[in-house]
Design a protein around this ligand. Structure first.
Ligand SMILES: [Zn+2]
Length: 374
């Protein structure tokens, strides 16, 4: 492989932990800070994972810091997921040019419908875009326009100290600040499937397995058996609290177990550094812990928000590795999903499937309480 054609700054003084010994960093933007101004835990950019599998890895895996996959299949490349906005997708394409000039992207796979995995799709119009049927159905649930409006209004909401509006304003402003949702047209998949689909691209076998609903309605994982590599999408977060928008939790755990059963050598999570099997087991443990912690609180009549704050304050939670993961307030979204599964009367906690913004407002409150506690 040739060196990157574009000048890349090498952060001379900064030492990064390499995400996995077999992964080799090839090119990237040379930033030492994340999009949210934190110290980057690993180097951003394109990694060679061996035998034609690559990943575009974005530290530290917070909101929109999404990892993508690139599989070289002879004269073409299969891209797994696109970024949350067009500038970040274009930047990735520019910095991967040394790879893509030999093998252009002809096939795109979306692991699920969250915008940070598919809102860059329009840059691949005319190419084959593959997703699960449930994913395609969900792609229109949230519009980039609405997100842009949220971004603008969050600036003003920060200064409105009523009903938690300022808290939500700060939370959403900080979450969306690195992104530019201008000009995004939802570009859905051109090929959809259910359960499983096998591809053979340039002689490389690739298996797409629908494992949702779980994180979202239509999650899929991408397995390259000959190269013992799996791209997990957002059924797996590493070092970041996972989120279950859809559930049921049993599906999510079964998906993680399936990941282990494939016995891959390399696992690319949707967010965070390259994963080891221990990371997958830790994710399974998280979902087990959460059910055990929330069930008695649910039975005792606590609302999802009360139960979340209670769990986050508990000695049991603080003793787990999960307390070190970023965005612990996502436990609230997970609590709502579990309460839905457990069939609580919606009136008991103020709404059935509550709106995304209401959820975010409550999550902002939990995040503030967590920061005050730590
Ligand atoms: Zn997601």
């Amino acid at each position: 492989m040739r060196a990157a054609q574009h000048p890349v700054q090498h952060p001379a003084k900064h030492r990064f932990a390499e995400p996995l010994p077999q992964a080799r960093w090839l090119a990237g933007p040379g930033r030492t800070r994340t999009r949210f101004g934190e110290q980057a835990a690993f180097r951003e950019g394109l990694y060679d994972l061996g035998r034609g599998c690559h990943a575009w890895m974005v530290p530290n895996g917070s909101w929109g810091e999404t990892n993508l996959g690139l599989i070289t299949c002879g004269p073409q490349t299969v891209l797994i997921d696109t970024c949350w906005d067009l500038p970040h997708t274009r930047e990735m394409l520019r910095l991967c040019e040394s790879l893509l000039s030999h093998a252009p992207i002809e096939v795109v796979i979306n692991t699920h419908a969250d915008g940070d995995h598919c809102w860059g799709n329009q840059l691949f119009e005319g190419r084959e875009i593959i997703a699960s049927h449930a994913c395609v159905h969900q792609m229109h649930h949230l519009s980039p326009r609405a997100m842009q409006a949220m971004q603008h209004s969050a600036r003003f909401m920060r200064h409105l100290p009523v009903m938690g509006v300022n808290g939500l304003g700060h939370y959403m402003h900080d979450m969306l600040a690195p992104y530019d949702f201008d000009g995004i047209q939802i570009t859905p998949a051109t090929v959809e499937f259910t359960r499983q689909r096998h591809l053979c691209v340039g002689g490389v076998d690739i298996t797409l397995t629908e494992v949702g609903p779980g994180h979202t309605d239509g999650d899929l994982i991408v397995h390259v058996p000959d190269r013992r590599t799996v791209y997990a999408g957002d059924i797996l977060f590493v070092g970041v609290t996972p989120v279950m928008w859809a559930g049921p939790v049993a599906n999510l755990v079964a998906a993680l177990q399936h990941l282990l059963d494939l016995r891959p050598q390399v696992i690319v999570p949707g967010h965070g550094p390259l994963a080891t099997p221990q990371d997958v087991r830790a994710a399974i443990d998280y979902w087990g812990f959460l059910q055990e912690a929330l069930a008695p609180r649910h039975r005792a009549g606590l609302t999802p928000e009360e139960a979340t704050v209670d769990v986050l304050r508990s000695v049991a939670f603080c003793a787990t590795p999960f307390a070190q993961w970023a965005l612990p307030e996502r436990l609230l979204t997970n609590a709502y999903a579990l309460y839905r599964e457990w069939g609580t009367a919606p009136s008991a906690w103020g709404g059935g499937k509550i709106g995304q913004m209401d959820l975010m407002r409550r999550q902002a409150r939990v995040a503030r309480a967590w920061r005050a506690q730590n």
